[in-house]
Design a protein around this ligand. Structure first.
Ligand code: ACO
Length: 345
């Protein structure tokens, strides 16, 4: 449907007078490493059980990158697939945004390493750090560049090698996370609404709920920081859980309100894949039916910035999402950060 014909919902972007310049996802891709770590494997590593992990989180297995496989490698594989599906060559890409909390190195950016690997030498490149919310933040950044006509083709990637910052002796966290990457190519598609709105939020007052203490300017690496296990992520699970549900419901409700949409109009809700109980609680509070919720965390665990990108790839490639469907994506992560986006596919 043309953005200028009678809409079946409100397009909040219209007030910016974008003169028909909308932003759509032209292609998606995902990649997860080969090695699978099951709950049974974890039973041999820490004091846990498949029953505990399954009932508290819904996770059954996760993928773990090889020693010589880095975030930029996962990102590159997902990106090349998204580019192929979008029919885009490396020379066409204007901007690469990589959302990650596990860059290959503090600098240069993983986006620059991806640029080199895919040969997109015309593109600007930078990393974006919003933890699990990074991919939605990235979509919003891409959309701003495309709507403003600054760029035509933007590659947004969510990629993580979380296994490199997980404390494999801490049962509270090591059962939750996995490695992987998801990517999307964004372009203007004439006649399509594409991304209708994106809500982004943050609350730095709660930054101590989920963090990695060492490795930055506050606590550079020392023998003591290593022996005190400060280079691993730490999380207050219960508080994070409560905040996640509240923030995701608020962000999703705001995104729906802006588009004057009732939840029943959404074909597929793609939430951050952290915990099955969080997904169900968010769906419940939004008044969604269980069949509207997309979940694949049983196979991948929480892959942070890659999570909703991997989930979108699966929803699209399995036919769960069809052209013209409305999708609601809703995320939450360290920072705290959160976000929601409504997309007409
Ligand atoms: N196996 C067995 N027992 C365990 C395990 C485990 N793997 N982990 C914790 N336990 C124990 C605890 O020690 C505790 O025991 P105690 O009562 O004797 O002290 C008991 O199980 C209950 O622990 P809780 O923390 O109360 O368990 P809860 O039901 O809250 O679930 C969980 C924990 C899964 C971590 C949950 O709180 C959660 O999912 N939190 C949110 C995580 C999240 O969403 N993160 C998103 C952002 S991630 C990012 O940005 C990178």
């Amino acid at each position: 449907m043309s953005p200028s014909s009678t809409p079946k919902f409100k397009n909040p972007r219209a007030k910016y007078n974008f003169q028909g310049r909308t932003c759509s996802i032209a292609g998606v891709g995902a990649y997860v490493p080969e090695r699978i770590l099951t709950n049974a494997d974890l039973e041999k590593m820490v004091n846990t059980t498949d029953e505990w992990i399954t009932s508290r989180t819904g996770i059954k297995e996760r993928h773990i990158a090889a020693k010589d496989e880095f975030t930029s490698d996962l990102a590159t594989k997902a990106a090349l697939l998204a580019m192929k599906r979008a029919g885009v060559t490396p020379e066409q890409i204007d901007l690469i945004v990589v959302a990650t909390i596990t860059p290959d190195m503090p600098f240069p950016s993983t986006a620059c390493l991806v640029q080199r690997k895919i040969g997109a030498f015309r593109a600007a490149a930078f990393d974006l750090e919003a933890a699990c919310s990074g991919f939605i933040y990235g979509l919003e950044v891409a959309q701003q560049f495309i709507m403003s006509r600054t760029y035509d083709t933007v590659l947004v990637i969510g990629a993580e090698k979380l296994s490199s910052i997980v404390d494999w002796e801490d049962r509270n966290t090591c059962v939750l996370f996995g490695d992987g990457a998801g990517a999307a190519v964004l372009q203007n598609r004439p006649g399509a609404h594409g991304l209708l709105t994106a809500v982004m939020g943050a609350d730095g007052r709660k930054s101590d709920l989920l963090f990695m203490a060492a490795g930055g300017s506050r606590c550079p690496a020392t023998a003591e920081s290593v022996s005190s296990r400060m280079h691993y992520l730490k999380m207050e699970g219960k508080e994070t859980f409560k905040n996640a549900v509240q923030a995701m419901v608020t962000a999703a409700s705001e995104a729906l309100r802006r588009c004057e949409l009732d939840i029943s109009r959404i074909k597929c809700i793609i939430p951050h894949q952290a915990n099955r109980r969080i997904i169900d609680a968010v769906g419940d509070r939004l008044g969604a039916k269980p069949e509207q919720l997309f979940a694949n965390l049983h196979k991948f665990g929480n892959t942070s910035a890659a999570s909703v990108a991997i989930a979108l790839d699966e929803a699209v490639t399995t036919g769960r999402v069809q052209a013209g469907d409305l999708i609601l994506r809703v995320v939450f992560g360290a920072g705290l950060t959160w976000g929601a986006a409504v997309i007409e596919w």
